[in-house]
Design a protein around this ligand. Structure first.
Ligand SMILES: NC(=O)c1ccc[n+]([C@@H]2O[C@H](COP(=O)([O-])OP(=O)(O)OC[C@H]3O[C@@H](n4cnc5c(N)ncnc54)[C@H](OP(=O)(O)O)[C@@H]3O)[C@@H](O)[C@H]2O)c1
Length: 298
């Protein structure tokens, strides 16, 4: 890599997002650590990040960004571009976990989940892409999950939100390659963050209670996930490696997990199948990455 990157991260108050900000900034990258409500619910996190940035002279700037709010997303992206002149990498990290038997999850809970986990990245990508297209370079990074490739009972809606994100991120990768922009997907397994503490549970207890022994599934799944959780710094180190990979050499998918339960095999098979699909539709040449050369340029 020949230059330091300008990186915008969503959901930087805690967990992965906070670690990504710290790890990237310590390696010389300029980081816009965005989060919702920096003057209220995240005021303590903001002051901790700012104090650390000042103490260790880290290039981290905090911006307000709520991924469920178009205006907030556009304002943050414009502020980052005004300050740094560009955005090289947008890390779609903000998200949360919803646990419970699917029938017991209220429709409004599903709408809120999709508004954050799926529509959040849609908003961020729509806001950053005009800048990346002008630059003729950039990386859209999507923090999906192993649960974006395999399905666990009582995690159906969370899986659905990450499966949706995977489909979108893959479509972006084909459409943007010719303009020198990459779309990549990071699929973490279970890692120690605030994710389980911040999770939402299915609202309809009355329905849950009619499921007999099956109603214990969410607790079993969550206990298994928490007990296997790895050190979240592993994911931050993987994100650093991806950010520092030269343009055009990044993979579409990176599975990062303390254990493999078949996701790598699914990814390898999908890669072969998708290559055939693109070939069959006559799209193979159009979806190739063009280094330093935008579509239509001479
Ligand atoms: N930890 C794991 O085992 C694991 C595994 C696979 C994938 N993931 C994914 O990794 C991502 C980060 O999760 P985490 O594990 O780091 O959990 P976390 O510590 O709970 O962090 C989630 C972050 O998302 C933010 N967020 C939620 N709604 C938001 C909104 N509307 N606008 C802006 N930010 C919002 C939270 O901000 P507030 O502080 O304001 O709530 C928080 O900063 C998520 O997408 C999650 O699905 C996690």
């Amino acid at each position: 890599m020949n230059f330091k990157q300008v990186v915008l991260i969503t959901g930087s108050s805690t967990g992965f997002g906070r670690l990504f900000a710290d790890t990237l900034a310590r390696n010389g990258h300029t980081v816009f650590a965005t989060m919702r409500d920096p003057g209220g619910r995240n005021a303590k996190n903001v002051s901790e990040i700012r104090m650390l940035a000042e103490k260790d002279s880290l290039p981290i700037y905090v911006l307000e960004l709520d991924v469920t709010d178009d205006t907030s997303v556009e304002r943050a992206v414009n502020a980052a571009v005004a300050k740094a002149g560009r955005i090289d990498v947008a890390i779609n990290n903000a998200g949360y976990y919803l646990s419970g038997l699917e029938e017991a999850v209220a429709t409004e809970q599903v709408q809120r989940l999709m508004d954050t986990n799926f529509l959040g990245p849609v908003r961020v990508n729509r806001a950053v892409l005009p800048h990346m297209r002008r630059q003729r370079s950039g990386v859209l990074m999507h923090i999906s999950s192993g649960a974006g490739r395999v399905v666990l009972p009582s995690v159906g809606f969370y899986c659905a939100s990450k499966f949706a994100l995977e489909a979108l991120a893959e479509a972006y990768s084909y459409e943007l390659a010719a303009q020198g922009i990459e779309s990549v997907i990071v699929e973490p397994g279970a890692y120690e963050t605030s994710v389980f503490g911040n999770s939402v549970t299915a609202a309809d207890e009355a329905r849950t209670n009619t499921y007999g022994a099956v109603k214990e599934m969410p607790a079993k799944v969550n206990a298994a996930l928490s007990s296997r959780a790895g050190n979240a710094q592993e994911v931050a180190d993987a994100v650093l490696r991806i950010v520092e990979t030269p343009a055009g050499e990044r993979q579409l998918r990176y599975f990062v997990s303390p254990r493999n339960y078949g996701v790598e095999e699914i990814n390898a098979l999908t890669k072969q199948v998708q290559a055939k699909v693109l070939e069959a539709f006559g799209l193979a040449a159009d979806t190739k990455f063009l280094k330093g050369k935008a579509a239509g340029s001479v």
